[in-house]
Design a protein around this ligand. Structure first.
Ligand code: 26Q
Length: 815
């Protein structure tokens, strides 16, 4: 499908205009001219939905008729952001609608801004899920999402007096335009009670689950629109509600009333809010309840739907794939076993073969503190039947392990799903599925060689790599339409829209002066746009010709925002004592949320804001440096930020960042990576070459050796490295107030992320970046090279690999 022009465009506009007017009448009983801002947005969304619904119905029908294998991507987070623009782009009606609105003196871009972000995720993992469902639909693949409909998404961040303050994200306040409640598809989810096997007398055992608490799971479906095709897949979000036959009438004792109130309070808290933690595991009971809630609802509804197609339950694994995004949905393994054994009456052996064929697992971290484990003490009373099943899975698994490694109890322990009273969810995921993948080459390598080594040795063929990707439709075509148009012009066609790897055709043009000039013009335009936003929000005026050096991501010690701000403090202090020290104007940006209970992360935010305030008010250095903290960074602000960047800060301690995906968004928009050899930075470097990025610091192997030998001392580093010592002392000598917590953290935790150790290398790398930036032509060429070689980081490529190598699913052409 190509963009309509001429007569086709006129016809499309006519249809859209009449729909738009009628929709305003039907929804609000108003003429278009009388609509409020929110009503205008809703009318546009409803108009778009009229272009979606026919294809959605068709897609569902044809998937069922053709009995094609379906994939369900289970993720406890889907960080979707706003949906109007991306839906219009995918439908191919953005231009036409813009013109229709123009007839009413309405501006489409203003309407975009009315939509709240669907912020049902913390960061990388949740945004990856959102990119994946976009790419599935773009490639006409039968793949759907399954998640929780949180009433409150990730908190909104305000900075008050330099500190982060968290405001609840009431994103559903004005209703969510894209969801369809499907009460008739509700299922029951059972918690607690008493589970045991009863002898039926005929040699058969039957499961009895007495007195469970029953929660009703109600699905809300969202259409996921394919890019210029007729595919519309589904994202199903589950909401917890009180059971059908729960009602408040009748004669009740005080005690019964109390019980009912407790029940209602419990149920309504299940899907109330998203846990704001993204890198440390805390064994919170409500979190486990959330996990089982959406897993059980999702798997039950998949089996129910599958049976309606009339296919044999023994073919389930050939026709259904369930993907678990990290271990949060790992209970899919046990829940599918429960349904197949208890409800479908299959033998354990048959059920187990089907379950393993069905399930595949992606790991997103090697950080031990993030690995999910649940104590039996909490788990068993809450999910008694699921516990029995996991116990049996493990018993049989252990038998197999002992056959393979006789007299090797160390191996048995290392491979056991249940060990010392805790259930290891990663182990359950590996044993219960047929595929385990990491999210970048180096990450998969570390999984195999260290974190999951015992499992790799046991079942090497399960392990594979799928380097992450991002949807170029949102992050390039949507966020940077001028750059997309320039690429169209340079390549002479729009083939790259569907085949992003074709962007590498730009490689032949990096010597083209005119191209580079246009590219730099667009970069300048985007910097101006961000500068306008910052002036409005922060009240700080920026130089759009300064180098925009940006680090936006969740605040975490291993991502080393602290190293970045310490280095800025160091340069500022040098600038004050050495006139002429600064020669290149730079604007440093930070953005990102800290988990509310993460003290060091919050102190880092406070330090950034205090330093920013000081520097931005200092006339002596202001022509050369400014520091900005971007409040409430998320998907929508990201769309403004990534295109404006010259330098992409990707400075995590090597081995710690599984992949990173922000690095790809920056690259695709022509920023140069300043980074360590960590996660996908390694592959970005391989794609662009060392001349077009700046790499520094310890290698993953060196970091892991230091951990293994304990040969690093932060104290020694502090005492021998003068740059480090001077700037560290500023944390406690009153220069910026009291930041002893950060000082102590660095010294007493022995600088666990090698901030001091990498400081000089980072200093040199930043000097190198500024040197390169001064060479305008060289810089433009590097920017162009980054754009040209970013096509391989489209999630379209990633999804094709999952489809072929893990899921075995194929495009279905909807007609
Ligand atoms: C788990 C249990 C209890 C509470 C919270 C959590 C939880 C929630 C979210 C744990 C982890 C997360 C998110 C992790 C995450 O975003 N990881 C990132 O995944 C990206 C996509 O693969 C990678 O690019 C990043 O490197 C990785 O850090």
């Amino acid at each position: 499908v190509n963009r309509p022009t001429g007569k086709a465009l006129e016809t499309m506009k006519k249809i859209l205009k009449s729909r738009f007017i009628t929709t305003a009448h039907v929804m609000f009983g108003r003429e278009v001219e009388e609509l409020t801002e929110v009503e205008i947005y809703k009318t546009i969304a409803a108009t778009a939905k009229q272009s979606i619904s026919d294809n959605w119905i068709k897609t569902n029908k044809q998937y069922a008729e053709r009995k094609e294998k379906q994939i369900y991507y289970f993720s406890i987070e889907f960080l979707l952001g706003r949906l109007l623009k991306s839906n219009l782009i995918n439908l191919g009606i953005e231009e036409a609608l813009k013109e229709v609105l123009g007839d009413f003196k309405l501006n489409l871009s203003d309407a975009y801004e009315v939509e709240p972000d669907a912020g049902l995720g913390n960061g990388g993992l949740g945004r990856l899920a959102a990119c994946f469902i976009d790419s599935l639909a773009a490639h006409r693949l039968p793949g759907h999402g399954c998640t929780i409909r949180y009433q409150y998404g990730l908190f909104e961040q305000k900075i008050v007096g330099g500190n982060q303050v968290e405001i609840p994200d009431n994103w559903l306040r004005d209703g969510f335009a894209w969801e369809y409640r499907k009460p008739d598809k509700s299922v029951d989810v059972k918690f607690g009670g008493n589970a045991y096997m009863r002898d039926m007398g005929n040699g058969r055992l039957e499961l009895v689950h007495e007195n469970p608490m029953i929660v009703m799971a109600v699905p809300y479906d969202m259409p996921i629109v394919g890019y210029h095709n007729a595919t519309v897949n589904t994202l199903r979000m589950w909401n917890a509600e009180v059971n059908r036959d729960f009602s408040d009438y009748g004669m009740l004792t005080q005690e019964q009333i109390q019980q009912r109130n407790d029940y209602r309070t419990f149920v309504e808290s299940i899907t109330r809010y998203l846990y704001p933690d993204d890198s440390t595991f805390e064994g919170r009971r409500m979190r486990l309840i959330q996990e089982y809630f959406f897993v059980s609802a999702g798997v039950q509804s998949i089996v129910r739907h599958y049976k309606k197609t009339g296919m044999s339950i023994y073919d389930f694994g050939k026709k259904i794939g369930i993907h678990i995004n990290d271990t949060h949905p790992a209970l899919c393994v046990a829940e599918l076993m429960r349904i197949l054994v208890d409800e479908e009456q299959l033998t354990w052996e048959d059920a187990w073969a089907i379950t393993r064929d069905t399930i595949a697992y992606t790991n997103h971290t090697i950080m031990p503190e993030a690995l999910e484990t649940w104590g039996i003490d909490m788990f068993r009373p809450l999910l008694p039947r699921i516990y029995m099943i996991i116990d049996e899975i493990n018993r049989r698994h252990m038998e197999e392990v002992r056959r393979r490694y006789p007299n090797n109890e160390d191996k048995v322990r290392a491979l056991s799903i249940i060990q010392d009273g805790v259930i290891h969810m990663a182990r359950l995921s590996i044993v219960g599925g047929h595929s385990v993948n990491g999210v970048a080459k180096i990450h998969t390598g570390i999984l195999k060689s260290t974190t999951l080594k015992d499992f790799y040795d046991y079942t090497p063929r399960k392990f594979n790599n799928k380097t992450n990707g991002i949807t170029h439709r949102r992050w390039l075509m949507g966020a940077n339409p001028e750059l997309a148009a320039l690429i169209d012009t340079m390549l002479g066609n729009r083939t790259w829209h569907r085949h992003p790897e074709k962007m590498d055709g730009l490689h032949d043009h990096v010597g083209d002066k005119n191209f580079l000039e246009q590219l730099m013009k667009i970069k300048r335009l985007r910097r101006e746009g961000l500068a306008r936003y910052i002036e409005h929000h922060n009240g700080v005026k920026l130089d759009p010709d300064s180098m925009f050096d940006i680090q936006v991501k969740r605040i975490h010690s291993y991502k080393r925002q602290l190293m970045n701000i310490l280095h800025i403090m160091y340069r500022y202090q040098r600038a004050l004592s050495e006139p002429g020290f600064l020669t290149q104007p730079v604007t440093y940006f930070f953005g990102g949320k800290a988990a509310p209970g993460y003290y060091i992360a919050k102190e880092t935010i406070r330090l950034i804001n205090v330093v920013a305030d000081r520097i931005n008010k200092d006339k002596r250095v202001n022509d050369f440096m400014k520091v900005i903290f971007i409040e409430n960074f998320g998907v929508s602000i990201g769309e403004l930020v990534y295109p404006a960047a010259d330098v992409s800060e990707q400075i995590s301690t090597a081995s710690k960042e599984a992949s990173g995906t922000g690095n790809m968004k920056f690259m695709m928009n022509g920023a140069i990576t300043l980074g360590t050899l960590d996660g996908a930075n390694v592959e970005i470097r391989d794609a662009v070459g060392n001349e077009h990025c700046v790499i520094f610091g310890l290698k993953a192997e060196e970091v892991m050796n230091y951990y293994a030998t304990g040969a690093y001392s932060a104290w020694d580093e502090y005492h021998t490295n003068e740059k480090v010592r001077t700037v560290m002392n500023q944390l406690v000598d009153g220069t910026y107030g009291d930041f002893r917590s950060l000082y102590d953290y660095l010294l007493h935790a022995n600088d666990e992320f090698f901030i001091l150790k990498d400081f000089n290398a980072y200093d040199n790398a930043r000097i190198e970046v500024m040197r390169r930036f001064k060479d305008k032509d060289g810089w433009a060429r590097s920017a162009a090279m980054n754009v040209a070689h970013s096509g391989g980081f489209s999630s379209d490529r990633t999804i094709d690999e999952y489809a072929r190598e893990i899921w075995d699913i194929h495009p279905v052409i909807i007609s």
